[in-house]
Design a protein around this ligand. Structure first.
Ligand code: MEV
Length: 448
């Protein structure tokens, strides 16, 4: 019988992906490389470099989004993340896959005036629109040549931090928000260049005003992804639990599982204590994918968490609800997240392995990458909620964690799997047990 993807060795997995045309032979070679960055690149990427940190990249195969199947790379230190995402993606694939849309892909920049002297400054800046657009175009002609550039400009009055009159100021701020089409880049440099050109015009036009800063905003609400899926409840019942059940009994269990997932989702809408962990599960997928493809994970995290609190209360990013479109129970999942992911620029091309990982997704553009990554976030969330409201998280988690525990106590090579295997059936899975089992494995191998 042919082995399943997760049963193959890393080399066999890559070989299969090359055979399927998902991985180029060059990317295969890069991902197989046992070392990280060459010392020269590493020392140029950050200041005061002294070492490197290596993390594994795993793949989630079969992520079905808008009718196309993707293989998505995840880079993470957490043992259960890839397995959970693959599990969620498998369930959604059986139901026909995810639907995902990106209505716009625009990035935001901010030019801020502090303590405006003129109470009508916002209105006056609005009157310079044309001049500001011209300055933006002149500042970055190459983005215009690539079909991008400043698309919109909005001016907002902001209050002072302390209405009673703090040490820094009492008159507040005026923010000029720039919506920029940066094509497939993350766009920080493009936006900052355009922002500084806009700031220069403001300084010239309003010499009595204090321009405080010009910078990209990581609140990327111009790059929202909306992702959803509809899952017949029967798909949610773990095979183990379904064994021996049929007809109404099985349908009842399926509906109870779907209802409990919907309740878990409701809980994250009303309770911050739970919402943070719910979103951590979503970000397990989103963050790991962003990291694998060399994107700015901090920008993505900051934007997503701010979006989760957009109505003034921090809530779960995703929502699951029990529906009955044709009588039978269906779990509807949906999520919107700002995902300013890039498929070009930044450090992607300096990190050869990240570039190879990005190639695995095989997306046409950055918006497609974002749709696929959002789907992985929702898949991850589904797997977490399903585990939480059925078996509990520890069973799967600890089984995955057993390998990390084995490595922690010093197991190497084949010993890792041997100790992990023993740990899975041990009464207590902790470091003491792992140490004892490692000694046992070594003794059996004659290592004393
Ligand atoms: C663990 O990395 C993620 C979960 O805690 C997410 C959740 O609770 O929804 C399982």
């Amino acid at each position: 019988m042919s082995r399943r993807f997760y049963e193959l060795s890393p080399a066999e997995r890559r070989e299969q992906m090359v055979a399927e045309g998902r991985l180029t032979p060059e990317a295969d070679e890069l991902l197989a490389a046992p070392v990280g960055l060459d010392p020269h690149t590493a020392s140029r990427l950050v200041e005061n470099q002294v070492g490197q940190l290596h993390l594994p990249i795993g793949v989630v195969p079969g992520v079905l989004v808008n009718g196309r199947t993707y293989t998505v790379p995840l880079c993470t230190e957490e043992a259960s993340v890839v397995a959970a995402a693959a599990n969620g993606a498998r369930i959604v694939r059986m139901a026909g896959g995810f639907t995902a849309v990106t209505p716009t892909r625009l990035m935001t920049g901010q030019v801020v005036v502090a303590e405006p002297r003129d109470p009508r400054l916002a209105e006056r800046i609005g009157q310079c629109r044309e001049e500001l657009f011209a300055a933006a175009a002149q500042a970055h002609p190459s983005i215009i040549a690539r079909g991008g550039g400043l698309r919109d400009l909005r001016v907002r009055d902001l209050p002072p931090a302390d209405p009673a009159g703090g040490a820094a100021g009492t008159r507040g701020f005026v923010s000029v928000d720039l919506s920029v089409d940066v094509r497939d880049a993350m766009g920080a440099n493009i936006i900052d260049t355009i922002g500084e050109a806009v700031a220069a015009v403001l300084r010239e036009r309003f010499p009595d005003e204090e321009v405080l800063m010009a910078i990209i905003s990581n609140y990327a609400v111009g790059s929202l992804v909306e992702v959803s899926c509809d899952l017949p409840a029967a798909l949610l019942v773990p095979a183990r639990a379904a064994r021996g059940l049929e007809g109404e009994e099985l349908a009842g269990l399926a509906e109870r599982t779907a209802r409990r997932i919907a309740l878990a989702s409701d809980l994250a809408q009303v309770d911050t204590t739970r919402a943070v962990t719910h979103n951590k599960g979503v970000m397990n997928g989103v963050h790991a994918a962003a990291l694998a493809i060399g994107n700015d994970t901090r920008a993505v995290e900051a934007g997503c968490h701010a979006w989760a609190a957009r109505d003034g209360r921090y809530r779960g990013l995703s929502q699951w609800s029990l529906t009955r479109p044709q009588g039978a129970a269906v779990l509807h999942g949906q999520m919107s997240v700002p995902l300013p992911l890039a498929s070009v620029g930044g450090t992607i091309h300096a990190l050869a392995q990240a570039e190879a990982a990005l190639g695995l997704i095989g997306a046409e553009d950055a918006a497609e990458v974002a749709r696929v990554v959002a789907a992985v976030g929702l898949a991850q969330n589904l797997a977490a909620l399903r585990a939480l409201v059925t078996d509990g998280i520890q069973k799967g988690h600890m089984s995955m964690h057993s390998r990390a525990l084995a490595i922690t106590v010093g197991a190497r090579g084949e010993q890792i799997e041997q100790v992990a295997e023993l740990l899975r059936s041990a009464e207590r899975m902790n470091q003491d047990t792992a140490r004892r089992l490692l000694a046992q494995v070594r003794a059996a191998a004659g290592e004393g």
